[in-house]
Design a binder for this molecule. Structure first.
Ligand code: ZEM
Length: 291
């Protein structure tokens, strides 16, 4: 968090963008009664995660810079099914604020959504640029496969540069939203409050009873009511001893989860991004009274 402590005026209206106005436009359009559980927040968080989670520290490819998912082939990667909902929504906001890059807008929208849904403040700074074509799109093998276990989760998040603890914290975002059969093949929400950011993913994982769902779809787990779900990759957090220690910590201490999540998510959104100048956040600037 120390890296984000610097306050610089230049970033507030970098490139002529009023980031506080963008934040407000995002916050004001999150609710939509006709969509899912009434909020676009969860799918906006998933967009930023899939844009950023392609990063590889081995060669520096991938990451949120470029907003590469707008292009073929990344727009059509199986993992990105359904994310056009989020991209199209933000394209409308981009029309109101043409100077913000799509890459900045997608990452900022996830931070605003998390904060609006009751989660922690996320340090965020502008400076990403947009690519003009899909030449830098990464292959369709960068994001985690829900059918796999702890080794796979470690390999994928390790490639991005995350520790065990950061991996568990990040996957705690499954407190939000749901699986859609027509997007991933899986079905249902992880918690009973899918538009509230909380540690309920962890309390459900630890405290509920999870059995294999008997259905025609891919292997997933259900609770006794059949209403809540866990993916095989979620269950891996419970069955891997090192992951399970962290899962239990977050189930017992929501504040700790919020702190660790905020740091790991801020890191995720900056993977592969080159910012010139010192880091800052629009929130920190506001708090300092510059705006
Ligand atoms: Zn998810 N995720 N994810 N995830 N995810 C889904 C939905 C959402 C995995 C995964 O396979 C899936 C992280 C990590 C991992 C969100 C955020 C984050 C869905 C359902 C699947 C299958 C998609 C659908 O059908 O719409 C796996 C295997 C992961 C790691 C092991 C991380 C990290 C996230 C953010 C920090 C969110 C918010 C959703 C809900 C989206 C929605 O539309 O409601």
């Amino acid at each position: 968090a120390a890296a984000f402590g610097y306050v610089s005026m230049g970033s507030v209206h970098a490139g002529g963008v009023d980031y506080e106005a963008v934040r407000k436009a995002i916050a004001d359009t999150l609710e939509d009664e006709s969509y899912d559980d009434g909020s676009l927040g969860p799918v906006l968080v998933r967009l930023a995660w899939h844009a950023s989670g392609t990063y590889s520290k081995k060669d520096g490819t991938g990451g949120s810079n470029g907003a590469k998912m707008r292009f073929f082939p990344e727009a059509f990667h199986g993992a990105n099914n359904g994310l056009s909902v989020a991209r199209n929504h933000l394209a409308r906001i981009k029309k109101q604020f043409p100077e913000i890059s799509n890459a900045d807008l997608w990452t900022l929208a996830a931070c605003v959504a998390i904060e609006e849904m009751g989660g922690p403040e996320i340090a965020w700074r502008p400076g990403r640029t947009d690519d003009n074509d899909g030449k830098l799109c990464t292959p369709d093998d960068r994001l985690p496969d829900a059918a796999q276990g702890a080794d796979h989760v470690r390999a994928v998040f390790g490639r991005m540069g995350f520790s065990d603890r950061e991996m568990v914290a990040l996957i705690g975002a499954h407190c939000l939203g749901r699986c859609h059969e027509n997007r991933s093949g899986y079905k249902g929400p992880w918690t009973r409050a899918p538009t509230t950011f909380s540690n309920m993913y962890f309390t459900e994982l630890v405290g509920n009873r999870w059995t294999r769902k008997n259905w025609d779809g891919p292997l997933q787990y259900e609770d006794p009511t059949g209403e809540l779900m866990m993916l095989p990759a979620d269950m891996a957090l419970l069955h891997d001893p090192a992951f399970a220690v962290v899962v239990k910590e977050y189930a017992a201490d929501e504040e700790l989860f919020f702190r660790d999540f905020a740091a790991a998510f801020a890191k995720l959104l900056e993977l592969g991004c080159d910012f010139d100048g010192p880091s800052t956040t629009t929130k920190a600037v506001t708090a300092a009274g510059v705006v």
